[in-house]
Design a protein around this ligand. Structure first.
Ligand SMILES: Cc1cc2nc3c(=O)[nH]c(=O)nc-3n(C[C@H](O)[C@H](O)[C@H](O)COP(=O)(O)OP(=O)(O)OC[C@H]3O[C@@H](n4cnc5c(N)ncnc54)[C@H](O)[C@@H]3O)c2cc1C
Length: 493
């Protein structure tokens, strides 16, 4: 029999908030100014800052287009602190060879229509069209030309009715490694352990490179004809999340360690426009296992802190993430019975036990007792479970239309209540760019010689609502690919 420790809802939030706070403070690097004296100077045609999917792709394409290219990374190796290295590896796109092979009829026009229904209508239509047109092409390019292995199955994502989720076999790390090799072979010069701190602005207002710093304190000046910022999102910067995405204050994050926001701040400091509508990308989170824990089981009954079911448990994760994120306590609960616990594999059983020991999960002879142990209204949870079990017996979820295969009566005591939360996987705000990925200022004018790609500019494409799993990564590869070529062509013209 498991031992339980009562834990309040507040302590889950406090725990996650403390984690985010610590991570954010760690990312608040001091800023230099362009007038700082440099200990070392590096010169290049194209400077790319950040070695995630967008930056590595931009650097490879710039170098392959003939530009002398430097890739700057503040951490000790390529992609080490990037969200791209953690990504599951879904890329969203339409009209691909993989769809064709799977017998799925689809076109970029269909994708554009979908983007428009998912918030794209509130944003620049040119960027929606650009992404709809090029996302499928990027997937074909990765799979056919670069040899990135994809699974045959294309899956449905978001609220879309057409399968457009292309899944790298096994994770994005595989694609990133291939891209990294491509950049090395193209002659990109990698400069690690060097953090960009401020943009160098010439007397004519054009960007001339960056000032950067090494951990030793040494100042490095990088003179570049074009600069591409690919520094990822800002989920690990508490101040920026509070300012730009206030609905997600205190939400625990699983993004790369490097996503601390200073790559965005240095552009805002020189007059770049910010675009964003407060949204984030995220998943449901289990307090005892990072990632998409299988303890967040669709066969359980999910309730909010009033004890009521609030969602179809087998609905789209992103939609449920948004719902839970907007709960005042950002918590939901999964109700298990003993039969569900008995079916856990060894790994999940260990996680489950840890959850009980740490007080995130509770146990009771009745579901009411288990619920009360976590501070919930036992009678309300009991009534909800009775109604749920009646629907399971009837084979139909008249409340939320859960699939019958996941609608299983929970009748075998003891009962368990598991507290669950949410977790960010990215931020949807940043540089406002045009479809050449040039950075715009507050007046909508181009800031000469400056580009921004990947998550640091994805607010131009994604409104506050994530259109579908796979859009973040594809935006990173697509924007990197185009910006790398554009910047090189501009230098070599
Ligand atoms: C766990 C997880 C799973 C995900 N799964 C998916 C998925 O399956 N599909 C999908 O579409 N999206 C997914 N995402 C989101 C997606 O991974 C990101 O949107 C995307 O990888 C961002 O790529 P990027 O190149 O813009 O930034 P990143 O990959 O985060 O790279 C940014 C790089 O810039 C460096 N950097 C930052 N500041 C500086 C500086 N000042 N100087 C020098 N270097 C700097 C960082 O150290 C880092 O290496 C996931 C995210 C997470 C966290």
């Amino acid at each position: 029999m498991f031992q339980t420790n009562p834990m309040s809802r507040r302590s889950f939030v406090a725990l996650t908030a403390v984690g985010a706070l610590a991570a954010g403070l760690a990312g608040c690097a001091p800023r230099t100014t362009p007038t700082d004296k440099a200990d070392e100077t590096i010169s290049c045609d194209v400077l790319v800052i950040g070695s995630g999917a967008s930056g590595t792709t931009a650097a490879a394409e710039a170098a392959l287009s003939g530009a002398d290219t430097v890739l700057l990374e503040k951490h000790g190796g390529s992609g080490l602190a990037a969200s791209s290295s953690l990504a599951i590896g879904t890329l969203y796109g339409a009209g691909t060879k993989l769809q064709e092979a799977a017998g799925i009829e689809d076109t970029p026009d269909g994708l554009l229509e979908y983007f428009m229904t998912r918030g794209g209508d509130k944003l620049d239509p040119d960027m929606q069209q650009f992404c709809a047109e090029h996302f499928g092409e990027t997937i074909d390019w990765l799979s056919e030309e670069l040899g990135v292995p994809f699974k045959e199955k294309v899956s449905k994502k978001g609220s879309d009715t057409v399968p457009r989720g292309h899944n790298i076999d096994d994770r994005d790390e595989v694609a990133l490694e291939i891209m990294n090799k491509r950049a090395q072979e193209a002659g990109v010069r990698f400069v690690f352990n060097t953090a960009a701190e401020s943009l160098i602005v010439g007397p004519d207002g054009k960007i001339e490179g960056v000032m950067a710093a090494r951990p030793s304190g040494k100042r490095v000046q990088i003179d570049a004809k074009r600069t591409i910022i690919a520094t990822g999102g800002f989920c690990r910067n508490v101040e920026m999340i509070n300012e730009y995405c206030p609905d997600y204050q205190g939400v625990y994050t699983e993004v790369g360690e490097g996503c601390t926001g200073e790559g965005l701040q240095m552009g805002l400091d020189i007059g770049a426009a910010y675009i964003g509508h407060g949204g984030t990308n995220g998943i449901l989170a289990c307090p005892v296992e990072a990632g998409q824990s299988k303890l967040i089981d669709k066969k359980a009954m999910w309730i909010d802190s009033s004890g009521k079911r609030f969602v179809n448990e087998d609905g789209q994760t992103h939609d449920i993430y948004y719902t839970v994120s907007h709960f005042p306590d950002q918590i939901f609960y999964a109700v298990y019975d003993q039969a569900m616990v008995d079916a856990l594999d060894e790994h999940l059983a260990n996680c489950f036990e840890m959850g009980l020991e740490r007080g995130y999960f509770s146990q009771g002879d009745t579901v009411a007792a288990a619920a009360e142990d976590l501070g919930l209204d036992g009678a309300a949870v009991e009534a909800q479970l009775t109604a749920y079990n009646a629907m399971a017996a009837a084979g139909s979820d008249s409340e939320f239309n859960k699939k019958q295969e996941n609608l299983v009566a929970l009748t075998e005591g003891p009962f368990y209540v598991l507290s669950m939360g949410v977790c960010t996987h990215g931020s949807f705000g940043g540089y406002h760019v045009n479809t050449d990925f040039q950075v715009l200022d507050e007046q909508g004018e181009i800031i000469e010689n400056l580009y921004a790609v990947g998550e640091v500019s994805c607010g131009t494409f994604i409104y506050d609502d994530y259109p579908a799993g796979g859009c973040g990564l594809n935006y990173a590869y697509t924007s990197g690919r185009w910006a790398g070529k554009n910047a090189a062509q501009a230098v070599l013209a």
